[in-house]
Write a protein that binds this ligand. Structure first.
Ligand code: BGC
Length: 422
């Protein structure tokens, strides 16, 4: 007698993969703003947001996971995972280390990387910018420079012309709202500013950069190769009120949803061929007990399950945000979903529960076409260094040895069966 009560089958040709970003795995990204900032902060205790990682000495990425040299081994792990897609990024700072100077050796490196994926019949979702930026671009003011969208467009055009035939999906910018807030509002990440006006300009210029690169990539690809699919990956949060009937809380839930989840789309209308959804957690907003400002606070202490990052685990939230995005009438890819935890059984449960909710959304008519777990490897988690463990595979950074965790096999079975057995 089978003990499988229910099998949730996903649509045919559904994409199963993992997601990563170059700086978080490759190593030696020396021409980037993060590299310089990490060297300045080596060994210091940084003001991080996440409780569990407060008080730790900052360790720079340096050789990181040496994925730059070990990508074949890592892609082999993906193949064994029965993955048919991978989301990765390339480094602008490697390809254009100085303004207008294109490094052809690095271009060749990335050509080999993408070709290796193609040879293994793994579809390529390529992010052009995942937080890190070339130092020369930052010296010009970064995204504050009025010409920044054009610098980015030139880089996008260079990549599209030279690597275009190897790319199935393009993501211009990863999580512009997180970049804007961590770097220009809250001041945790370089260039560590806390200035609302600058944050606004940064966001606006990133939206311009996406719009013009969208057109440029289409112009190049649609002429030479098959029609391009271009989008962004947004960090989408599920917002809820603390009390069901609190008008004030519901008002802030609505405002937060509009600003965090929708504003970038409002600024970049008709420049998306698909939606990239990065979903990690839900946020409940509660009327502040301290008086007038802030008017609402985030609640997390009372929630039943948190990740090591202190994020509220709420699988049903992915259903809510998918239903919300249904109205865009565009294909949706879950471009990131994952958990930082030392408890690998919690990771397996996380994956199964989130996929069940995604399946629920598909049954309700949402056109979800792929899922990318964040991430294959335990990697460099920005200002928290190597503390948080998001990976299906652990990495010993002294020997660089990769060791698969039990959750790797759970995800492997899901990908192999194109579905989840409950
Ligand atoms: C980012 C990743 C990051 C992950 C976990 C996402 O918002 O795109 O770079 O590692 O969250 O924090």
């Amino acid at each position: 007698m089978s003990i499988v009560k229910n099998f949730l089958e996903f649509p045919k040709s559904f994409l199963w993969g993992t997601a990563s970003s170059a700086h978080q795995v490759e190593g030696n990204n020396i021409h980037s703003d993060w590299w310089a900032w990490e060297q300045e902060n080596k060994g210091k205790i940084l003001a991080v947001k996440e409780k569990k990682f407060k008080g730790q000495k900052f360790e720079p990425s340096e050789k990181c996971l040496d994925h730059y040299n070990r990508y074949k081994e890592d892609f082999g792990l993906m193949k064994k995972l029965n993955n048919n897609a991978h989301r990765l990024s390339i480094e602008w700072a490697r390809i254009e280390p100085k303004e207008g100077e294109w490094n052809l050796q690095e271009l060749e490196h990335y050509r080999n990387v993408l070709q290796t994926l193609k040879d293994q019949k793994i579809k390529v979702m390529l992010t052009l910018n995942h937080f890190t930026l070339p130092s020369w671009f930052i010296a010009k003011g970064g995204w504050l420079n009025v010409r920044s969208p054009y610098y980015f467009k030139k880089y996008a055009a260079f990549v599209a012309k030279n690597l275009g035939e190897l790319v199935d999906f393009w993501i211009t910018i990863n999580e512009p709202e997180i970049y804007m807030s961590m770097c220009y509002l809250e001041g945790f990440w370089p260039p560590q500013k806390k200035d609302v006006k600058s944050a606004g300009w940064v966001y606006f210029n990133m939206a311009r950069a996406h719009r013009i690169s969208y057109k440029t990539i289409h112009k190049i690809i649609d002429k030479n190769f098959s029609k391009a699919k271009v989008g962004v990956a947004m960090n989408v949060m599920s917002f809820a009120s603390y009390k069901k009937h609190s008008f004030l809380e519901l008002f802030f839930v609505h405002a937060a949803d509009r600003i965090v989840n929708h504003s970038f789309y409002d600024l970049t209308k008709r420049s998306h061929d698909f939606l990239g959804v990065n979903y990690y957690f839900r946020v409940r907003l509660k009327k502040s007990a301290h008086g007038f400002m802030p008017i609402v606070d985030e609640v997390s202490e009372e929630e039943s399950e948190l990740s090591d990052m202190g994020w509220v685990i709420y699988p049903h939230g992915i259903f809510d945000v998918l239903m919300d995005f249904k109205d865009f009438n565009l294909p949706i890819y879950i471009t990131e979903n994952g958990i930082a935890t030392e408890d690998d059984a919690q990771r397996s449960k996380f994956i199964i529960n989130h996929l069940s909710e995604i399946h629920h959304a598909i049954r309700a008519g949402v056109d979800v076409r792929g899922y990318f777990y964040w991430s294959l490897l335990d990697n460099f988690e920005w200002d928290k260094s190597f503390g948080p463990k998001f990976g299906l595979v652990a990495v010993d950074r002294k020997t660089m040895r990769r060791t698969v965790k039990p959750s790797y096999f759970i995800y492997k079975e899901i990908c192999e069966n194109n579905g989840v057995a409950l």
